[in-house]
Ligand binder design. Structure first.
Ligand SMILES: [Mg+2]
Length: 276
């Protein structure tokens, strides 16, 4: 245990552990159960186009007059994410799915290279693994990484269990717990105060890929950003958040890395950084 620098790794799920976002496959699964799959699919395509259009407008990336990271993230959450979530629930895009189908979808979800290996090695070394995700289904996450993590903090699809003779299926509603950068930061800080260790050998690490992860990355003892998400890199530049790129073989040095967003391309770098 002594040689491991992190006592807990808190990690995002979609596009941090997984290769692709799992929203679309989850909706496709629901569409297959629907009585009218064509109209569901076309409504979903309309919502996806609207979502993407928010990023094609010149001012939808980081606006030049954004006063602070927090206000930018609040605006992003209210003007894009929250509206999408309301539409997803109103139009019942996720109705009709059975719990086992969500687990199965999780099991079939492709993970990034070395993600499984790094999580397994950390777990074997008794590093606590927590998933902190704005994904809509804890069942899906458990299907993908259930044996590799100690705790999942996410959202839940609501199931209709009123008729004992009918199969348990999702209603299309979602119990929301984690949907914004602030929610993730608050949850991470709770983990940090519960685990309470901020020494150089037992730090709390957080890894994520998007703007929703940025406050948590900045709050963690070891804050790791994986990948090339354009919006998050623009936000780092715009708000002049200290960041450092690491390469294969670099080791963790608190005096060098603490207080900076540590940018990595793959789980292989994370493995060498945290476990070498
Ligand atoms: Mg993500």
């Amino acid at each position: 245990m002594g040689k491991y620098v992190a006592s807990t790794l808190v990690t995002d799920f979609d596009e941090t552990i997984t290769q692709q976002d799992t929203i679309n496959p989850m909706v496709q699964l629901a569409v297959k159960q629907s009585a009218n799959p064509e109209s569901m699919l076309s409504a979903w395509e309309d919502l996806s186009k609207w979502y993407l259009s928010q990023f094609r407008q010149p001012n939808s990336l980081v606006p030049s007059d954004a006063p602070s990271l927090e206000s930018f993230l609040d605006h992003y959450h209210c003007s894009v994410e929250e509206i999408s979530l309301q539409k997803v629930v109103q139009q019942r895009f996720l109705a009709g799915i059975e719990p086992y189908q969500l687990r199965q979808l999780g099991q079939q979800t492709a993970k990034k290279p070395f993600a499984n290996q790094v999580l397994s090695r950390l777990k074997k070394a008794q590093v606590r693994i927590e998933i902190l995700s704005a994904n809509w289904s804890t069942d899906l996450i458990l299907g993908a990484v259930g044996d590799l993590c100690d705790q999942v903090y996410s959202n839940n699809l609501v199931f209709d269990r009123t008729d004992p003779d009918a199969p348990t299926i999702t209603t299309g509603e979602i119990q929301f717990h984690i949907t914004s950068a602030r929610h993730k930061q608050t949850r991470l800080k709770q983990t940090m105060s519960q685990r309470g260790l901020t020494t150089t050998t037992e730090a709390i690490a957080y890894i994520g890929d998007s703007v929703t992860d940025l406050l948590a990355i900045c709050s963690a003892d070891i804050g790791l950003l994986i990948g090339d998400n354009q919006l998050v890199h623009q936000a780092i530049d715009h708000f002049q958040i200290p960041s450092i790129k690491i390469q294969l073989g670099d080791r963790y040095y608190p005096e060098l890395h603490r207080g900076q967003v540590i940018c990595v391309q793959s789980w292989k770098e994370i493995e060498l950084f945290l476990l070498a």
